[in-house]
Write a protein that binds this ligand. Structure first.
Ligand code: HEC
Length: 105
């Protein structure tokens, strides 16, 4: 009896574990390659309201490495309350690094 009542709980934990595991596997795969096209679409839709891309080329720009670009994207999507997924943040960072900052990933 006792054994039976524990089974669904154990199943739920196993399921959760599997879901978390596959989720993190998916995430690390996506983190390696942002989607440039999606990054451009997101950026051009949500991010050009305040600044033109010329901002990314100014002499005293804030970001100079891929990591710094990614941090700025994370910061600004947060400021704009867009709730982007890690993949979307990665895609926009990839787009900015590739097309505007011209720094390697
Ligand atoms: C509400 C206005 C506003 C919106 C919306 C906005 N930004 Fe910005 N952003 C700014 C301002 C102002 C700065 C420069 C000053 C600062 O960082 O304090 C900036 C700076 C940046 C920088 C750093 C530029 C540098 O100097 O290297 C990046 C990258 C950036 N924004 C990306 C984004 C992205 C991506 C989005 C869309 C999610 C976005 N911004 C949306 C106002 C905005």
């Amino acid at each position: 009896m006792r054994q039976k009542s524990f089974t669904p709980v154990a199943r739920a934990w196993a399921f959760l574990g599997a879901a978390l595991f596959s989720g993190s596997a998916l995430f690390s795969g996506a983190a390696n390659a942002g989607d440039l096209g999606r990054g451009q679409a997101l950026h051009d839709t949500f991010c050009v309201a305040c600044h033109e891309p010329a901002l990314y080329q100014r002499e005293d720009r804030l970001a100079n490495t891929y990591l710094e670009i990614r941090q700025q994207v994370e910061r600004w999507q947060g400021n704009a309350r867009l709730r982007w997924s890690p993949q979307d943040i990665e895609s926009v960072a990839e787009f900015l690094a590739n097309r505007h900052y011209k720094v390697p990933h």
